[in-house]
Design a protein around this ligand. Structure first.
Ligand SMILES: Nc1ncnc2c1ncn2[C@@H]1O[C@H](COP(=O)(O)OP(=O)(O)OP(=O)(O)O)[C@@H](O)[C@H]1O
Length: 235
């Protein structure tokens, strides 16, 4: 099991008010799944992905990631796991403006001490796979929103993490880019067993998923496994 969330609650509070965002949530995700978290705006998808990606901590409940109880880890240990095992694609891309597309794609591998030649080659191959080989020397400001998004995806997958967490990865992409991106992710999923966990409203993404977890008001209301387009309710 790659992800095991047990009775997770997330409460956001400040001096004036508190908001119960995730409520007694249980979720297990196996290695190699290609899963989408779907649900209306405000249902808690990003909050859930942030907890799963070890960017935020639950208010209560337990979380086992890749067989490890992460509640007991300190911030440095959490950062090590994020760097070595998790690739992120955020809605706001978070590319480094002073680095080219190629350098942005190489960045995570550099943190992981991947040999310079290997990381350059892998970054180039990944950029080509997302259709941006010819833009490798451009800075983010010289790329369209959709192209920046593809660099963000290339950066997340080039280091070949165990898990890729992506918040609305196709939100700004045209149909052609969406299909080629999904093809790439699907082949990484099938060939290397990388686990993908997305939040998305996009039917093109949902169609490719093995499993769709529906979130509403911070609770899982439906969990559907799809097998050869044969839909069955799993939970
Ligand atoms: N740091 C925070 N402090 C207070 N409330 C928050 C915080 N982060 C999220 N929330 C609230 O929690 C709820 C869920 O937010 P979240 O971003 O997880 O939803 P979402 O399903 O990802 O929405 P969208 O599809 O619009 O991105 C929202 O009502 C939001 O206002």
């Amino acid at each position: 099991m790659m992800i095991k969330l047990n009775q997770i609650n997330k409460i956001f509070s400040d001096k004036h008010q508190s908001f119960h965002c995730l409520k007694d949530l249980n979720l297990e995700v196996k290695q190699g799944e290609f899963t989408v978290i779907a649900g209306p705006s405000g249902s808690g998808k990003s909050t859930l992905l942030n907890i799963i990606g070890l960017l935020d901590k639950p208010s209560s409940g337990s979380y086992e990631f890749d067989g490890q109880n992460v509640a007991k880890l300190n911030n440095n240990q959490l950062a090590d796991i994020r760097r070595e095992k998790i690739g992120f694609v955020f809605q706001a891309y978070n590319l480094m403006p002073v680095l080219t597309a190629l350098e942005n794609t190489e960045m995570i591998m550099e943190f992981c001490n991947v040999d310079k030649k290997v990381r350059r080659q892998r970054a180039m191959e990944t950029l080509e796979a997302v259709g941006l080989g010819e833009f490798k020397n451009r800075f983010p400001a010289q790329l369209s929103g959709g192209q920046q998004q593809r660099v963000a995806v290339a950066r997340a997958i080039a280091a070949q993490p165990l898990l890729v967490v992506a918040d609305e990865p196709t939100a700004n992409l045209d149909s052609h880019s969406t299909e080629s991106l999904l093809d790439l992710m699907q082949s990484l999923n099938q060939e290397l067993g990388v686990t993908f966990l997305f939040s998305s409203h996009d039917p093109r993404v949902i169609d490719r998923a093995h499993r769709v977890v529906h979130l509403q008001d911070g609770q899982i209301v439906k969990d559907v496994c799809t097998n050869n387009n044969d839909q069955q309710v799993a939970v």
